[in-house]
Design a protein around this ligand. Structure first.
Ligand code: ADP
Ligand code: MG
Length: 662
């Protein structure tokens, strides 16, 4: 049982302070103890011999002389000498007359101030007796509460034993990796004696997060039910490959092999096919679908947008005539008939958007689910599928490289197939960051291209809202004033028939402009479009911008992408200028935005990580994951008290009642 008290029960917490704690989301003693400091002020580490002029420093020192106070008209100036690491410095403090009384030769103090090289002195802003300060002061950053005050409250909680911090990790792990207990670790975070204390405590919490993440992932993987190996018709697949209008790349062959190997295993596969946009994931998915269809089972393919679902439908129907493929979209005229045909197994492959999950589609024998997440990687979709397809094989297509370590935990290394090389080497799209003030430069390039019969995509972040900078309306006005060519718009508020019409007209016309929201991010292929102009580019993620520029450069003419922004977002946008490699970009994007996007949202049952960093802490994550694997492999674990304890803990973390639960 957890002992915890309302924070108002703690000595020294009055009404005002109580309210501030509540505002900071801290209701109980447990909440406070488990809130780690955001940073530390460290008074322990200054190398005096390396001080530079003007540097702000905090030094531990011994007072060498009595304090001399010199009063001028407005200010008074106290001076005295100190000894720091064998060096003598003088200290100057303004308007601190009391120092004369409170400081004496031999006192140990802490001085904070700026170093003046010429006079070997410190102009002090703060002077404390050593006994009154901590060498490493935690910084909590709670609105309206002094850090020192928080330290005091935490001390009171500890002294009066107003909280019970239970252990969450198995004891052996603590022993094996020499990690502090959970209560000790929190104490070390709040009252570190040294940097090492902080590191040790953090290491423990990183491990804890890694451990429970691994556990959660392992349980999800283990939940797969066994199924008989799929008996597919290899000859039929081979014939289909021969009929393809192109030769598969080596990576495509390898990915296909990986998938087929898993089909022959006695349990369902969960595999990630990772490959940049244009690497040819669709045909691999198509071959997987064909194999499953040849085993007399059905396949569901889910695309992120309706446009893309339609495109998959077009491509796959063309490439694999031997399968009966159906598109289930909001525009399907007679859904009832289609659903009947699906449930009677007259259809091998059903393609739709995620909305397909909500439809009451009943399959006869659903043997494979393919999820094309394009650049959106979310472990989420996996559990959403739960009821319908958890026991089925799942292929996950993603253009986003997830960090290797996370991939390892989420998918296990062996379950990832990477398609690295692209079938047709497209010329890179030249990318330029342009300040909004220099828009005329972009316009003149537009003039040239339009006159040449080339088409232009313009992308804006919003339809009519001004919150995100430019929108369809503002930019349409701008373009109509400046250009005398055909302009179409496309966005989510239009009827889908109108959208199709706009798209079709744009595709046919030479020297035209299409103004759209990110709708065109995926799936649109217009070979004579050579220019992409993104307004308010700061509103988009790097991966998203990369997808957008992938809409041009599909023909043989040199293509260009302009990223227009007046915000101070140059560094980020410049990354796009420097590389065309989607993998590299996603890694950089991730480094900038943090891994949160990968582990899903609050609703998805994944925790937020307070300590673990997917890039830096790969070793810890790997170790924890190995450890969890060993634990689950242990025949004694299943049904044990420990298992019950860990699962309960996991549930609790997912239930958001815990500090770093999500
Ligand atoms: P993505 O991985 O982005 O989904 P697609 O599957 O849409 O990529 O493939 C991009 C384009 O490359 C498509 O037009 C597809 O027909 C073509 N393609 C796929 N594989 C090959 C190949 N081996 N050789 C030539 N073209 C290919
Ligand atoms: Mg694709």
């Amino acid at each position: 049982m957890v002992t915890t008290h309302p924070i108002s029960d703690v000595k020294g917490v009055g009404k005002a302070l109580y309210k501030r704690f509540l505002d900071a989301g801290i209701k109980t003693t447990y909440d406070l103890i488990t809130t780690p400091p955001k940073a530390y002020e460290d008074y322990t580490t200054v190398d005096v011999s390396a001080l530079s002029d003007g540097q702000i420093v905090t030094l531990q020192a011994v007072v060498l002389s009595a304090v001399h106070v010199h009063s001028m008209t407005r200010v008074s100036r106290a001076t005295f000498d100190i000894l720091v690491d064998g060096l003598t410095l003088s200290v100057i403090a303004f308007n601190q007359n009391y120092l004369k009384e409170s400081l004496h030769a031999g006192d140990e103090i802490i001085v904070k101030g700026s170093y003046q090289a010429r006079t070997s002195s410190i102009t002090a802003s703060k002077i404390h007796h050593m006994a009154n300060v901590r060498l490493i002061q935690p910084i909590y950053g709670l609105e309206g509460i002094y850090d020192r005050h928080i330290s005091k409250i935490i001390k009171a909680i500890e002294t009066d034993q107003q909280v019970d911090i239970f252990e969450t990790l198995p004891m052996e792990d603590l022993e094996t990796y020499r990690m502090p207990r959970r209560d000790q670790a929190f104490h070390m975070l709040h009252f570190p004696e040294s940097k090492k204390d902080i590191q040790e405590a953090q290491r423990r919490f990183k491990y804890e997060e890694a451990f429970f993440l691994s556990l959660q992932m392992s349980y999800q993987t283990k939940e797969k039910t066994k199924r008989p190996p799929k008996v597919y018709d290899l000859e039929r697949v081979k014939k289909a490959i021969e009929r393809l209008p192109f030769e598969l790349t080596d990576d495509q062959k390898k990915a296909t092999n990986d998938i087929f190997k898993d089909f022959r295993k006695p349990y369902a596969q969960f595999r990630l096919i990772q490959g940049d946009v244009g690497s040819g994931k669709t045909v691999v998915a198509g071959l997987a679908a064909l194999a499953v269809a040849s085993a007399n089972e059905q396949v569901a393919i889910m695309a992120p947008t309706e446009l893309l679902a339609r495109q998959h439908y077009d491509v796959l129907s063309r490439l694999f005539e031997e399968m009966s493929i159906a598109l289930l979209s909001s525009r399907t005229k007679d859904k009832k008939t289609l659903k009947d045909r699906i449930s009677h197994h007259e259809i091998d492959v059903v393609i739709g958007t995620h909305a397909m999950i909500e439809e009451d589609v009943v399959f006869d024998r659903l043997g494979l689910v393919i999820i094309d997440e394009q650049h959106r990687f979310g472990v989420r979709a996996r559990s959403e599928l739960g009821n319908k397809a958890m026991s089925q094989d799942i292929l996950y297509l993603s253009a986003t490289p997830i960090p290797r370590t996370l991939a390892m935990v989420a998918f296990k290394d062996a379950n990832i197939s990477v398609i690295r090389t692209k079938p047709e080497a497209r010329p890179d799209v030249m990318t330029h960051y342009v300040n909004r003030d220099d828009i005329q430069m972009v316009f003149s390039d537009m003039d040239r291209r339009l006159a040449n019969g080339e088409n232009i995509f313009i992308v804006v972040p919003a339809i009519e809202s001004l919150e995100k900078g430019e929108n369809i309306e503002t930019v349409s006005g701008l373009i109509a004033d400046r250009f005398n060519v055909d302009v179409w718009t496309m966005h989510a508020k239009m009827a889908s028939d109108d959208r199709d019409l706009a798209m079709a007209s744009f595709r046919e016309k030479r020297g035209a402009i299409l103004i759209a929201t990110t709708m065109i991010e995926v799936g649109i292929d217009v070979r004579h479009a050579t220019m992409m102009v993104v307004f308010s580019a700061e509103q988009f993620g790097l991966s998203q911008l990369h997808q957008l520029r992938g809409r041009v450069g599909r023909g043989d003419r040199p293509s260009v992408c302009y990223l227009i922004s007046e915000k101070e977002d140059v560094n980020r946008l410049m990354i796009l200028q420097s590389t065309n490699d989607g993998f590299e970009l996603s890694a950089k994007d991730l480094a900038l935005r943090g891994p949160g996007q990968f582990v899903g949202s609050r609703q998805s049952g994944f925790f937020k990580f307070r300590f673990l960093d997917f890039f830096e802490d790969s070793a810890i994550l790997e170790e924890a994951s190995r450890r969890v694997e060993r634990l689950l492999d242990d025949p004694m674990f299943e049904g044990s008290v420990r298992q019950a304890h860990l699962v309960k803990r996991l549930k609790r973390m997912q239930g958001a009642s815990e500090p770093y639960a999500m």
